[in-house]
Design a protein around this ligand. Structure first.
Ligand code: 164
Ligand code: MG
Length: 368
């Protein structure tokens, strides 16, 4: 039984080594909320809340998530005993939305549960891989900078490159990359930059035989993506549109996509992420684990999730130093020729590096 005695909510902030640019804006500094849950035996579970500082990706922010966690989720978690972390989702079904706020706390319960079971999180989830394949994100619209990054990522062994596109920067940009890297597996992420009026422009990208086009249309859309998928050959991958199991079922039912980018924070936690993985397997969709420009605790959950058999494509997985001079976890996550080992020790397999945490923590509060 998991019986939480106290919780700490902290905000950490670290500058990126390089700006992360999409048509939606540029991320230069990453803030995130860390969750630490202690049970009555003094065991700790770690969670990371991946909402950004402003609502550019989804409607959640660090501030909204902090409020929901402090004022609603954690007071309830401190009162309830959990036989299994899977109970969290139904316990909080009446708390509408706020998937990232929920996920930051729910994942910490999974770490705690796995530690108490003496099993790795990957094993508890049913993981079958002891290493996962990493894909890099080329987060710039500048061709020269993009080619520089792809050269570096290729040397590091990343298995696929994800380009950020928009109607103002797509065909010529991809052509320039394809010219220098004719064989490298490429995918593109549009972050909802297009509309159905752009069908011809999107169909023109079929020539590049991309692995997929991620989220070309509206952030909440399922129906128009189904219309688009019937008119282009490039497989559509949904990201922002899939915020829960119902969205995934609707997208599968309508044929809105062939691939789903599963992000634990975006869908409301590890239990729901696993359910969406199972749905993809059942209906022969491909799945991969998306990233959130996150710190090591969230990256560690991505490793456990990506070890499941239905994750058939390289995820936005990378080492601890991919975005940061120094991460906040120990040990650091390392990548070897595009592969990352999945921890086999009990729990998440990583802890907070207290020295580094104190350097980058801008606010913390104990909740009892
Ligand atoms: O974490 C990574 O390595 C990549 C993250 C990434 O590509 C994204 C994170 C958040 C919003 C977007 O810009 C983009 C995505 O849509 O997948
Ligand atoms: Mg995306």
């Amino acid at each position: 039984m998991i019986d939480i005695e106290k919780a700490q909510v902290s905000i950490v902030s670290i500058p990126l080594k390089k700006p992360f640019s999409t048509h939606l804006g540029v991320v230069r500094e990453r803030e995130a909320i860390m969750i630490e849950l202690w049970d009555r035996e003094g065991e700790v579970g770690y969670g990371e809340t991946v909402a950004f500082s402003s609502p550019w990706y989804t409607e959640e922010t660090v501030k909204t998530a902090y409020h929901i966690q402090k004022d609603f989720i954690l007071p309830m978690v401190l009162k309830k005993k959990f036989a299994h972390p899977r109970e969290f989702a139904c316990e909080f079904s009446s708390l509408r939305g706020n998937p990232m706020a929920k996920s930051g706390v729910e994942t910490a319960l999974w770490d705690l549960y796995a530690k108490k079971q003496g099993q790795s999180l990957s094993r508890i989830l049913g993981g079958t891989r002891n290493e996962v394949r990493a894909g890099a994100v080329v987060a710039t619209q500048d061709v020269t900078e993009a080619l520089k990054q792809i050269e570096q990522f290729t040397e590091q062994g990343f298995e696929r490159m994800k380009l950020k596109i928009s109607p103002a920067n797509d065909r010529q940009f991809i052509q320039a990359i394809r010219k220098e890297y004719p064989k490298t597996p490429l995918m593109v992420d549009a972050n909802s930059a297009y509309t159905l009026e752009d069908i011809d422009q999107l169909r023109a990208l079929d020539e590049f035989e991309l692995l997929m086009i991620e989220q070309p249309l509206g952030t909440t859309d399922i129906v128009e993506h189904a219309i688009l998928q019937k008119q282009i050959n490039t497989p559509i991958c949904l990201d922002e549109s899939i915020t829960n199991v119902h969205d995934a079922k609707s997208a599968i039912q309508l044929g809105s996509c062939q691939i789903i980018n599963i992000k634990i924070g975006r869908v409301g936690g590890l239990a729901i992420a696993k359910q969406i993985h199972d749905l993809c397997q059942e209906h022969q969709l491909q799945a991969w684990c998306g990233g959130m420009i996150e710190f090591g605790i969230s990256k560690a959950y991505n490793l456990a999730l990506a070890s499941l058999p239905g994750f058939t494509l390289p995820g936005d997985l990378s080492s601890s130093t991919h975005y940061w001079q120094e991460d906040i976890i120990t040990p650091a996550i390392e990548m070897e020729q595009g592969k990352i080992s999945v921890p086999t020790v009990p729990g998440l397999g990583f802890s907070i590096n207290e020295r580094r945490f104190d350097e980058v923590c801008v606010h913390k509060e104990m909740i009892k």
